[in-house]
Design a protein around this ligand. Structure first.
Ligand SMILES: Nc1ncnc2c1ncn2[C@@H]1O[C@H](COP(=O)(O)OP(=O)(O)O)[C@@H](O)[C@H]1O
Ligand SMILES: [Mg+2]
Length: 368
């Protein structure tokens, strides 16, 4: 079954998998293909390679999808019937936007955004990217501006971090530590009431930073946002489990990514999240059938022996790789009970421009 057929009727496609397997590439090529077929598609990429970002026109700042100029596809065999919109996730800005949306009033918003503790914390939370990627996805889904949203996922070592993201922040906000701190008789009140603790006052004198004041303002303001966060997390979970949402598992045929893909598939099932298909990327295909020596011998008879031996050697090496990849594919197909994965071969050179994307797209959609 072709990938377009598998994704029929889906509004949110999340490309998950371990680092370096081709999630960003696949997301972009997939979005391009769905757009070519006539949909209005937005792809949220995360840290794409510089040249890939440039080739999609993402070099400008901005945390909203932008229409990729259709002229960029001219001459690459892509007939764009719909629209491809693309953005590069700005995690910190997404986090700020979230605060802006959730803050009950302007004063709270400004207090939080200007707060030093928030600035540190948001840098750290945004740094993990999983949370912000999902927050952005949620916003775009709500805007109802696009037929399809394709989400690339962060280069986390473990694809599972992504599934936990909605729980992590609410977990923190609902955790004991914060409750104790925020309670009227809690730590915040006590510390504030006592006036100046020695440590804080020394700190303030030495650094000029009133950490205590910052802390107290931060937690007071954040307290007003807890309900919003909780509601948001519920909405995000609903979106992830929606029948119109699906996860594509992207992997390469190497051992570790394969095992992670299998593990992730299990986790999706456990979490009741939809699985939309398997993309095996960077697969070394057989270059010749049968024996490498025979293939080399069948080359031009005028080829000097030395050169022919070199060709045979290379072919033999490639065949070993192809065999390894075939074994990997078999392992995946069996473990995932997936007889018909989408296979994208290892292309020559990196995929860093529209032409490379068009090639990946061609393989992704080959069965459609
Ligand atoms: N089919 C392919 N053939 C050759 N190179 C590829 C292919 N797919 C991806 N690449 C390259 O592999 C590297 C990792 O791809 P990327 O999409 O950034 O992976 P991820 O987002 O999963 O970390 C990039 O340099 C990319 O250009
Ligand atoms: Mg990536």
């Amino acid at each position: 079954m072709g990938i377009a057929e598998r994704l029929e009727g889906k509004r949110v496609v999340i490309c998950a998998g371990s680092g370096g397997v081709g999630k960003t590439t696949t997301s972009a090529a997939l979005a391009m293909g769905l757009a070519a077929q006539g949909a209005k598609v937005a792809v949220i990429t995360i840290d794409p390679a510089r040249r890939l970002a440039d080739s999609l026109g993402l070099e400008e700042l901005g945390n909203e999808p932008r229409l990729v100029d259709a002229s960029r596809f001219a001459g690459h065999g892509i007939e764009m019937q719909g629209e491809l919109w693309a953005m590069m996730l700005d995690a910190k800005r997404t986090f700020d936007e979230l605060i802006e949306r959730l803050a009950p009033d302007e004063k709270t918003r400004d207090e939080v955004l200007a707060n030093r503790i928030y600035q540190e914390l948001s840098g750290a939370v945004a740094g993990s990217q999983e949370f912000t990627a999902i927050a952005k996805l949620f916003e775009l889904d709500r805007s109802e501006e696009f037929d399809v949203l394709v989400l690339d996922t962060p280069p986390s070592r473990n694809a599972l971090d992504f599934l936990d993201a909605p729980d992590r922040l609410t977990g923190f906000l609902e955790g004991r530590a914060l409750k104790v701190f925020l309670a009227p008789t809690g730590l915040a009140a006590k510390v504030m009431g006592r006036g100046t603790s020695v440590v804080f006052s020394v700190l303030r004198r030495v650094t000029g930073v009133d950490l205590l004041q910052d802390l107290s303002v931060f937690f007071r303001a954040l307290g007003g946002l807890v309900d919003g966060f909780r509601e948001r997390a519920t909405g995000v979970k609903r979106l992830l489990a929606d029948p119109a949402t699906t996860f594509l598992i992207v992997t390469s045929p190497e051992r570790e990514p394969i095992e992670e893909a299998i593990f992730f598939r299990g986790k999706l099932r456990e979490a009741g999240m939809p699985f939309g298909g398997l993309v095996v990327n960077r697969v070394q295909l057989d270059l010749v059938e049968g024996d490498a020596d025979e293939a080399a011998a069948a080359l031009d008879g005028d080829l000097p022996d030395e050169l022919r031996e070199k060709v045979a050697e290379t072919l033999r090496e490639l065949q070993v790789l192809a065999e390894r990849d075939r074994a990997g594919l078999t392992r995946l197909m069996t473990a995932l009970d997936e007889p018909d994965p989408t296979v994208v071969p290892l292309l020559e050179g990196d995929v860093h421009d529209v032409d490379g994307l068009a090639q990946v797209h061609h393989h992704l959609f080959a069965d459609d």
